[in-house]
Design a protein around this ligand. Structure first.
Ligand SMILES: Nc1ncnc2c1ncn2[C@@H]1O[C@H](COP(=O)(O)OP(=O)(O)OP(=O)(O)O)[C@@H](O)[C@H]1O
Ligand SMILES: [Mg+2]
Length: 338
């Protein structure tokens, strides 16, 4: 069933779904934050990450986008970081969904292990032979012209209107894939759709016991007091619930100005501030600067959605070296302010 795009319901549903999926991202960021680690590669299975993304897409995309999946449970492991692999998938799937948002269509996600023979080597210029995990995200959307395709991996290249896309999605994907020793193959026909094939080298390395990471339940909060700032009320509500479940104590404010006032009065009450980046009254980075002036040691997590990632340049300016979908710990910001 198609929902009339002019129906008053459409906006609401989209808003709720967007908020729900951003709440998930937020929780990921917080989990990543509480791990207090640099991203580290280890042998991982990609299947659970793909399944999670598929589940999320099915629950959040409109029904006129049909999500189909084919995941080989026996495909081997790669050396990777689950958060980065999640990022790759989300960026590709967000693009695919966007390409079909006017007319709907089919999104196909496939995962299997393959052997790349000699005949394939050199096809994408950086391809080497061997065993690979092949991850395919295919859509029947609007497709790309050859001119567009040439530029899609350039940072900041976007055909979306201002405020809709940063153009960083695919450059981030490319960065991660290259770091993993993999490569990307793209095909597209304007008006018919696009296929992104990601190849990541299979590893046979075993994880040593001592390297096993703590379970998620060990890395949750321990009553730490979080000041949560986001102008979207729905998101605030969901995120607050989730954080409380994770063991944090949460005080939330929908207005960055209110949050700042509260922090001025009771800065010592908080262990951590989590703020959204894009807010009409004051952006997250500006808020972060002001909070750090009050308490230079307060850890701050700046959250950006997939479509509003902070630009590399801006992040650098703030002294942030990472601009991936990761928590930005703005501890060093104090020095930049000086
Ligand atoms: N599946 C696709 N179908 C059609 N065009 C695509 C697809 N994937 C990427 N593109 C094109 O490549 C451009 C760059 O993609 P990229 O993900 O890097 O940035 P973006 O999607 O525009 O912005 P952001 O990822 O920040 O939302 C897009 O603007 C679009 O023109
Ligand atoms: Mg994108």
């Amino acid at each position: 069933m198609d929902l009339d795009p002019d129906s008053p319901l459409t906006g609401n549903i989209e808003q709720i779904l967007a908020a729900a999926s951003r709440a998930r991202d937020l929780v990921r960021q917080i989990l990543a934050f509480s791990r207090q680690r640099e991203e580290e590669k280890r042998p991982i299975h990609v299947q659970p990450i793909v399944k999670e993304v598929i589940k999320m897409l099915r629950s959040s995309l409109p029904a006129y986008i049909d999500v189909r999946a084919e995941v080989d449970p026996n495909a081997g492991k790669i050396m990777g970081d689950p958060i980065q692999v999640h990022q790759i998938l989300m960026n590709l799937c967000t693009n695919a969904a966007h390409a079909m948002r006017d007319d709907g269509g089919v999104m196909e996600i496939k995962l299997r292990e393959i052997e790349l023979g000699h005949e394939y080597i050199g096809k994408p210029p950086d391809a080497r032979g061997g065993r690979y995990l092949k991850l395919v995200v295919k859509d029947t959307g609007r497709g790309m012209t050859p001119e567009v395709m040439e530029k899609i991996f350039d940072p900041y290249f976007t055909t979306k209107s201002k405020g809709e896309g940063t153009g960083l999605g695919l450059s981030v994907v490319m960065g991660i894939v290259k770091e993993y020793g993999g490569f990307i193959d793209v095909q597209s026909i304007p008006g018919h759709g696009s296929t992104f094939k990601i190849y990541l080298p299979i590893t046979t390395k075993q994880e040593r016991r001592s390297e096993l990471r703590p379970q998620e339940d060990e890395i949750t909060g321990n009553g730490e007091h979080v000041l949560l700032v986001d102008d979207e009320e729905i998101l605030l509500e969901i995120a607050t619930k989730m954080l409380e479940i994770l063991g944090y104590q949460v005080t939330s404010r929908a207005s960055p100005i209110e949050a700042l006032k509260l922090f001025e009065a009771r800065s010592r009450d908080f262990d951590l501030v989590i703020t959204d980046m894009t807010m009409p009254q004051m952006t997250g980075d500006k808020l972060a600067l002001k909070l750090l002036k009050i308490r230079p040691d307060i850890p701050i997590v700046l959250c950006t959605g997939f479509s509003e990632r902070i630009g590399e340049k801006e992040a650098r300016k703030l002294g942030i070296k990472q601009f991936l979908m990761k928590p930005f710990v703005l501890k060093d910001l104090g020095e930049v302010v000086k």
